[in-house]
Design a protein around this ligand. Structure first.
Ligand code: BDR
Ligand code: CA
Length: 314
């Protein structure tokens, strides 16, 4: 199985990514590390904890708390999209316990215990990953693969015209990470990939509901949490870039097209803050990432359906 750390700003699709790490037999999820992003920090931690609880894995994976704001900027929320990030489910958090160790320390320690073995799946702003790389320049060399959900490779943003949320919130962190010398960086962009291949339409959400297990009902409820927003802006369902990113680490056979790119992030302009410049061969730049261009979206949805068909103690 594949050992990895999941770095997350847990709201809707992050919850599903956590389920991938907990329920897929190919996954060996070592840690959940929390970073400032989608919704309030304490609420994100509740959402992650709730997901462990729903999957009956409370003792299986430790939660570590990391950066509660970006490196140099004020935190920007996406609560207009996500609400509380749980579809109103994460109310009872009695028993919630996070680790005393900081998330960045945990990343450094876990990768030092098994250099070259452990991957990182980063599905929120890149603040924790950047801090780890700044603290220890050897850290990027110890990470097997770094899978990043962020950016767009057609210039289409979701928080501004130019930028995708994760890179917009902490562009300095994203830039630091792309310059840090990780051996293998895989980028799962928001557009066009997610919008085409990882949308759960109303029909698909109804299919999920029809599975009827507690996990399927949970994912259905979580998906419904963003539908009103998605529809209001013309997105045909709930978007799932984060669980896709985790799934691609475990099942690269879902990838149908990828290419090397030189990726850099805009940090100085206000208009294009967080824009991901993804340069292909013609510009003569050295590639620093593999960018996923297409996946088998039907197979990905079937994969999520199979995962949540499992029975757990609710
Ligand atoms: C990213 O921001 C959040 O809405 C999602 O969890 C995803 O990580 C997409 O821009
Ligand atoms: Ca996320």
């Amino acid at each position: 199985s594949t050992p990895f750390i999941l770095d997350t700003d847990t709201a809707q699709d992050d919850c599903v990514a956590i389920l991938v790490g907990l329920l897929d037999p190919a996954a060996d999820l070592r840690a959940i590390t929390m970073v400032a992003g989608n919704v309030g920090f304490a609420q994100q931690v509740r959402n992650a904890w709730m997901t462990l609880n729903v999957a009956d894995r409370l003792d299986a994976v430790p939660i570590f708390l990391g950066a509660q704001r970006p490196l140099m900027r004020e935190w920007v929320s996406a609560e207009n999209v996500h609400g509380d990030g749980s579809g109103g489910l994460s109310i009872d958090d009695s028993g919630l316990e996070a680790q005393a160790e900081n998330a960045v320390d945990a990343m450094l320690r876990i990768t030092a215990e098994q250099p070259g073995e452990v991957s990182i799946v980063a599905i929120g702003p890149l603040t924790n990953v950047a801090l780890a790389a700044i603290r220890d320049p050897e850290f990027p060399k110890r990470v097997k693969s770094l899978y990043i959900m962020g950016g767009s490779n057609n210039g289409r943003g979701n928080i501004t015209a130019a930028a995708e949320f994760n890179f917009y919130v902490d562009p300095e962190a994203a830039r630091t990470v792309f310059e840090a010398g990780f051996a293998d960086v895989v980028v799962v962009p928001w557009a066009p990939l997610t919008l085409r291949d990882a949308v759960f339409t109303k029909d698909r959400i109804a299919q999920l509901a029809g599975i009827g297990t507690p996990l399927a009902r949970f994912v259905e409820r979580v998906c419904r949490g963003t539908l009103a927003f998605d529809e209001s802006v013309g997105i045909p369902g709930s978007t799932h870039p984060d669980s896709l990113t985790a799934a691609l680490l475990l099942h690269p056979e879902l990838i149908t097209a990828e290419a090397p790119y030189a990726v850099d992030i805009e940090t100085s302009s206000e208009l294009t803050r967080g824009y991901s410049a993804m340069s292909w061969g013609v510009h003569g730049l050295e590639p620093n990432a593999r960018v996923i261009e297409a996946v088998d979206g039907d197979a990905f949805f079937r994969y999520i359906c199979d995962l949540v068909s499992q029975l757990t103690q609710p």
